[in-house]
Each structure stands twice: as structure tokens, then as C-alpha cells.
Ligand binder design. Structure first.
Ligand SMILES: C[S@@+](CC[C@H](N)C(=O)[O-])C[C@H]1O[C@@H](n2cnc3c(N)ncnc32)[C@H](O)[C@@H]1O
Length: 255
């Protein structure tokens, strides 16, 4: 299942990167509503003025929260964005940490990386770099080296959430923070019942809120706080499961 799911995820997001059509993919509301990527992005809490200041081609409407709103980034900080897609949160972060800081976006889908790098190049972002990696296996970033890790609607797509949170814990500096937006469900699907398509739709890979938080704690994080919580999908498309969007902050203990 793991490899099959990963291949499907790469295929799905590769297509979205090439076509810009994200209809039906982890978006709020029903599939086929025709919400533009910008409308879908505003609906999940992004600041319109901040969105106007980043490359418009980085806005695909495939997030489920707005982690950068809660990250309180300072000039000079080093930030990693996991599952960076076309770069929306990486560019928002880069504008906040300015040229004395640095943002590293990580993605496993070649087409997304290409799109994100093109966005950076064409818009003169010298403080952003996009690296290829599988975030649950090995985030290509040194141990204890970053101030903040952010992620938007990605960890639900991984097949081992605990390993992903362990990787995040490894790369954060002591005292560093993780702020992730993600989807959780009121009823998990077992590995053998999971459907690869529904996994790509951010539904079948979702954990319950309790097991999500437990995985964060088991990875070694402290001070786990829910910063935002909103109903995301409720209905047929989810097999009657309720899908909730959470934004969670957790901190790596100081040594
Ligand atoms: C729903 S999209 C979100 C993209 C971006 N965060 C945004 O809000 O626009 C999920 C992204 O995560 C990437 N992804 C999924 N699983 C991954 C993994 N295990 N390692 C690295 N990237 C992954 C996909 O390629 C895709 O670009």
C-alpha cells in the first residue's frame, strides 16, 4: 500500500502542478464547486494583502489552513516548509524572514519542485531554495538547524505520521517550533480498507485528532497547542466521515 499510495500522490500532485487544476483535491466544500485557487486559499484564512505580495502561480488552492499566520516569523530565521507544492507558504515566509533569513521548501514531486523553482527564479527570491525529499523518510536538512518548520495539508498524505514528526523534531533547533495545518477525521480507515484515490483527496490517510496529537508527543514534542480548528468536509465524498482542519503548534524542548 505504501508505495502504491506514494506513486498516486506523486501522480496527482504532478498533474496539479502542470495544469493548475486542483478541483477535488483537499479543497474546502464539495468537489466541482469551481472555486478558484485564490478563492479557496482566502476561504482557509490567508491574508489577502500578503497573498498579493507573492508569486501568483504559487497559489494552487490545495492547502487546508494558513500556518504562516501563526508562525510569528522574525527577520533572519531559518524556516522549512514540508510539502511545499508550488511554494505559497515558502514565499510568504521568505517575505517575513527577509534576506538575512532562509526558507527551504521540501517536496517529493518533480513537477511541483520545478514549478516552485521557476516561481522563485522569475520573482527574484534569493532566500528560498526547494529540495527534493520524502519527509517521512529523510528530510534533506541537517539536525538541530532550523527555527521553524511549517506544513500545509501534507502530513495526512504520508503513510507514517510518527516517522514524519520524528524527522521534524530532528531538524529543529532546541526551542524551535513546528506549526502545521492538516486534516483529521472522526473515524480512521484501516490500512487494508484505504483507497488510494481517497488518500490523495486527503481523506483516507487522515488520523483522528487524538492519534495525531499522540504522534506529535511520541516524536518528542512538548507544549502541543491547537491554534485553529474548523470543519472542513462533512458528507458523501468522505464516506460520512467528518474532516476537520487543525493548525497545531508544538515545540522542541531546550537542551
Ligand atoms: C495538498 S498539497 C499541498 C501543497 C502546499 N503545501 C500548498 O498548501 O499549496 C501536498 C504536497 O505535498 C507533497 N507531498 C506529499 N507527500 C509527501 C512526502 N511524503 N514527502 C514530500 N512531499 C510530499 C505533494 O507532492 C504536494 O506537493
Amino acid at each position: 500500500m505504501n508505495d502504491k499510495v506514494k506513486d498516486k500522490v506523486r501522480e496527482r500532485y504532478g498533474k496539479i502542478a502542470l495544469t493548475g487544476n486542483s478541483d477535488c483535491c483537499c479543497m474546502p466544500g464539495e468537489c466541482g464547486t469551481g472555486n478558484s485557487p485564490m478563492d479557496a486559499t482566502k476561504m482557509i484564512g490567508y491574508d489577502t494583502t500578503e497573498l498579493d505580495a507573492i508569486p501568483q502561480a504559487s497559489i494552487l488552492g490545495v492547502g487546508c489552513g494558513s500556518p504562516t499566520r501563526f508562525t510569528c516569523l522574525q527577520k533572519g530565521e531559518i524556516v522549512v516548509d514540508l510539502g511545499s507544492g508550488a511554494g505559497i507558504d515558502a514565499f510568504l515566509s521568505a517575505n517575513k524572514v527577509t534576506s538575512s533569513g532562509m526558507v527551504i521548501g521540501i517536496d517529493m514531486t518533480d513537477e511541483m519542485l520545478e514549478k516552485a523553482r521557476k516561481n522563485a527564479r522569475e520573482n527574484g527570491y534569493a532566500n528560498v531554495e526547494f529540495r527534493k525529499g520524502d519527509i517521512e523518510k529523510n528530510i534533506p536538512v541537517e539536525d538541530d538547524s532550523v527555527d521553524a518548520v511549517i506544513s500545509n495539508c501534507v502530513i495526512n498524505l504520508t503513510t507514517n505520521k510518527l516517522d514524519t514528526f520524528r524527522q521534524i523534531h530532528r531538524i529543529l533547533k532546541p526551542g524551535g517550533r513546528m506549526i502545521v495545518s492538516d486534516l483529521v477525521t472522526d473515524r480512521e480507515v484501516s490500512a487494508q480498507d484505504a483507497d488510494a484515490e481517497q488518500w490523495c483527496n486527503c481523506i483516507d490517510g487522515a488520523l483522528t485528532k487524538d492519534s495525531y496529537i499522540e504522534s506529535i508527543r511520541n516524536a518528542g514534542f512538548h507544549n502541543v497547542d491547537i491554534l485553529d480548528e474548523r470543519t472542513y468536509m462533512d458528507g458523501d465524498k468522505t464516506g460520512n466521515r467528518k474532516i476537520t482542519s487543525l493548525t497545531i503548534k508544538a515545540v522542541k524542548e531546550q537542551k
